[in-house]
Design a protein around this ligand. Structure first.
Ligand SMILES: O=C(O)C[C@H]1C=CC(=O)O1
Length: 96
């Protein structure tokens, strides 16, 4: 199952910068591992924003939920999820 996920990171003024840097490093490692596993298929930065658009390929809504709530920066994110299905005009066999 494919999902488009938009993540907007909101950094509160109250967060300790060193703690936030550590969380960012953990987030990077987690994002890289999930990309290598094939679950996090695409990751794009929104130009000029602390936000991304990602494509996840997971077995279920529940799996997506668990992946997202497990992200180190989850407490600082606003997340929007759009379920995707194959477009009849797509030429990509793996769009499912
Ligand atoms: O930077 C972001 O967009 C937030 C998050 C998503 C992947 C990652 O490494 O950090």
């Amino acid at each position: 199952m494919l999902f488009q996920v938009e993540m907007h990171v909101r950094v509160p003024d109250t967060v300790d910068p060193a703690r936030f840097d550590a969380l960012k490093a953990e987030e990077k490692a987690r994002a890289e591992a999930l990309q290598k596993s094939g679950k996090w298929r695409h990751l794009w930065r929104h130009a000029g924003q602390y936000a991304n658009t990602s494509i996840f390929d997971v077995e279920s809504n529940a799996e997506l939920h668990e992946l997202l709530v497990g992200l180190p920066l989850f407490p600082f994110m606003e997340i929007r999820v759009t379920p995707l299905c194959r477009h009849p005009s797509s030429i990509h066999a793996d769009d499912r």
